[in-house]
Design a binder for this molecule. Structure first.
Ligand code: CA
Length: 226
């Protein structure tokens, strides 16, 4: 597995590079944002580990540019800034995970495995279907009756999570944990806003149908089953 580590602090970079190499991972190191940009343009990586405070181009700008260029490489943000605003900003920009510094190498390896498994598919599995609702796991597309829409990474993960257990009600807390890897209540409407975006995409030209995502008042959300 090829990992790109973008980190300007030499000590951290050496610690992470050495540790990951010992875990059998192939690590390329970029020590600032500009260098990272050049490396990304030249080759593909399975996971990118991204520091936020970087010389020349900061991590969040890099991430934004990457996603705007439709690059879906899983990104784990590594940051000393552990406060919620930064964390949420990272997710909003399309980060797949967020690991505050300092961290244990074992945890980083576990997170790398988790994001690559999320993105990687079991060989035969290319879609999930619940009644009329069909989720294309390769192209991150959802179809429902006449509508086909492309989902953002987070919308995709949320819908996939719900569709894996149709009919089961999941609380906002469970969804936050599973989709955003946030294990506490951040006092935001992250989940509801994301559900609304998915619903809007599905309901376009389908106003006559009942939404396939049902909100269960006071509890959470579930996929409706016939
Ligand atoms: Ca830094």
């Amino acid at each position: 597995m090829r990992i790109l580590l973008v980190e300007d602090e030499i000590k951290i970079a050496e610690f992470v590079s050495e540790g990951l190499k010992q875990s059998g991972l192939d690590v390329t190191h970029a020590s600032d944002g500009l260098m990272a940009k050049q490396v990304i343009a030249a080759q593909k990586f399975d996971v990118m580990l991204l520091d936020v405070m970087l010389p020349h181009i900061d991590g969040f700008t890099l991430l934004k540019d990457l996603r705007q260029a439709k690059d879906k490489t899983p990104v784990i943000v590594l940051s000393a800034k552990s406060d919620l605003t930064d964390r949420l900003q990272g997710f909003e920009l399309g980060a797949d995970d967020y690991l505050p510094k300092p961290f244990f190498l074992e945890e980083l390896v576990a997170r790398i495995k988790a994001v690559t498994m999320r993105g990687g598919l079991e060989p035969s599995e290319t879609e999930v279907m619940v009644d009329q609702l069909k989720l294309d796991l390769v192209n991150r597309q959802v179809s429902w009756y006449d509508v086909t829409a492309v989902l953002s990474q987070r919308e995709f993960m949320l819908l996939k999570f719900l569709m894996r257990s149709p009919g089961t009600i999941f609380s906002r807390k469970q969804i936050l944990q599973s989709v955003w890897n946030i294990g506490f209540d951040p006092q935001t409407n992250l989940v509801d806003a994301c559900i609304q975006r998915i619903k809007r995409k599905l309901m376009r030209n389908n106003e006559d149908f009942e939404s396939p995502i049902e909100s269960v008042r006071g509890i959470g959300y579930r996929i409706r089953v016939a």
